[in-house]
Ligand binder design. Structure first.
Ligand SMILES: [Ca+2]
Ligand SMILES: [Ca+2]
Length: 473
């Protein structure tokens, strides 16, 4: 299935009682196509979600709404210049960074602040495409404690993990950087392609085939068109805890893609330094190949996000707003209908707007979710894999059995402390790899030449179909 609501805010209050309540349903569901009356695309569980969300009244995007949102975003006030956060621990601090072609040391400066001796970074691998303009930060690797025992069940247990040295992009890949790739290769993203009938599950295909001819024709004409899944705030208060309620703030928008982040009428003209969005995992993989880089493993991503801090709640420490300062682009106000824009942005923000973490990496919390290379399995941490883990061989999310997902990390501008707190480094998300969403982007890593590298990339398809039953809460 080419379209999924997977990896949506993916959140609910942290005091939820069980897996089924903890994340917004992330289905490759029929709602995206307005198929509420025509059946489920994926699973039994999806079918239930469809019924519930249909009764809750999905909130379709209109052209005028998209235009309004785009305007709001363009006029968003910028956040005051902020200084680097003070790290709380000196452990595992990266030494230096190296831009694409040369080496410099902005992170060495931050290491010095923490009283850690800086060491020279090895050269970047020559395989990196010289056209790429994103500076890379060298991370020495090492052991850290992954996950969070205070978070959602899928974040547990905290367990020691070791990662090898690697370089990571200083920022999320921006629209300007993605444009270089698109211009050089002519690559067409998932969101720009017309979904194919065969992309859908057999159940859905059968259902569509059973429709009256006229209805079927209309469906193909209006819904089987390129697009992406876009956040569309409801105009009135909604019950976020209700199962399937996420459909009230997510809509399939025809014509939404990386160049039109909110759909027709929106543009990236004034967003070139914002993270590229509506990029599927498959798209990110294509970019990585062109750039001579790769997606980070979940372990690498979390190691990097923690910035040398040990088991801290946030990538900058223990307090959400130290000194009342906004440390990341998240959501203020009552999600999803009211955003007070306390941090300056309702939607994405320019990369580097908020302070870097202890390793000199920006937006490791919030702004946009970031793809990792691993398959998502909500109980993967039970295996406690230690040495350069690359994720499970199979994917499983109890909310959507049968839907294979890749890991996303870091949360987004939609994450709210009162509803979703997945901007924490231990938090995890999962999204189907062929879905573009307007709160999801990515950044790349590259291994150090001659050093150990995570074992072979995880397979394109999980080793076995997801057949696990949803466990009892
Ligand atoms: Ca914000
Ligand atoms: Ca991010």
């Amino acid at each position: 299935m080419a379209i999924s609501m997977a990896g949506l805010c993916g959140c609910s209050k942290s005091n939820s009682t069980g897996p089924a309540d903890e994340k917004a349903p992330q289905a490759a569901t029929s709602e995206h196509l307005g198929l509420q009356d025509t059946g489920s695309i994926t699973s039994e569980s999806t079918s239930k979600q469809t019924q519930q969300s249909a009764s809750a009244g999905p909130n379709p995007v209109t052209a005028s709404k998209v235009g309004t949102s785009a305007k709001k975003r363009e006029s968003a006030a910028s956040v005051p210049e902020s200084s680097a956060p003070v790290a709380e621990s000196s452990a595992l601090v990266a030494e230096s960074s190296a831009p694409v072609a040369e080496s410099s040391a902005p992170v060495a400066e931050s290491a010095d602040k923490m009283g850690v001796k800086a060491t020279a970074a090895p050269p970047l691998p020559k395989t990196i495409n010289p056209a790429v303009g994103i500076k890379m930060i060298y991370l020495t690797g090492g052991e850290f404690l992954m996950g969070s025992d205070a978070g959602f069940p899928e974040e547990k247990p905290v367990h020691p993990v070791k990662v090898a040295p690697f370089f990571m992009d200083e920022t999320e890949v921006t629209n300007a950087e993605w444009k270089k790739f698109a211009d050089a290769t002519g690559y067409v993203t998932t969101a720009e392609r017309k979904p194919k009938f065969e992309d859908f599950t057999q159940e859905t295909q059968d259902h569509i085939n059973a429709l009256p001819a006229a209805e079927r024709k209309e469906l193909f004409k209006t819904k089987f068109v390129p697009g992406a899944v876009i956040f569309t705030p409801p105009t009135s208060r909604v019950e976020t805890r209700e199962h399937g309620s996420f459909m009230q703030w997510w809509s399939w928008v025809a014509g939404a893609d990386w160049k039109h982040p909110l759909g027709p009428g929106s543009s990236i003209k004034d967003l070139m330094d914002h993270p590229v969005v509506n990029i599927s995992w498959d798209d990110a993989q294509a970019y990585c190949k062109w750039a001579g880089k790769r997606l980070p493993t979940e372990a690498e991503w979390e190691f990097a996000a923690r910035g040398g801090l040990k088991e801290k709640t946030y990538v900058w420490g223990s307090q959400l707003r130290p000194g009342r300062k906004h440390m990341a682009n998240i959501w203020q106000g009552e999600f999803p209908q009211t955003n007070t824009k306390g941090d300056g942005y309702v939607m994405s923000s320019p990369v580097k707007t908020y302070p870097a973490n202890g390793y000199g990496l920006y937006d490791m919390s919030g702004n946009v979710w970031e793809w990792c290379s691993d398959w998502y399995h909500y109980r993967y941490f039970d295996k406690k894999e230690f040495d350069n883990p690359v994720g499970p061989d199979t994917s499983f999310d109890p909310l959507e059995p049968g839907v294979d997902k890749r890991v996303t990390k870091g949360g987004s501008f939609l994450c709210n402390d009162s509803y979703c707190s997945r901007y924490r480094p231990g938090a995890r998300g999962g999204t189907t790899p062929d879905t573009g969403l307007n709160h999801t982007g990515f950044r790349c890593v590259v291994s150090v030449e001659g050093k150990a590298e995570p074992k072979a990339a995880t397979p394109d398809t999980p080793a076995t179909p997801s057949a696990e039953k949803t466990p009892a809460p």
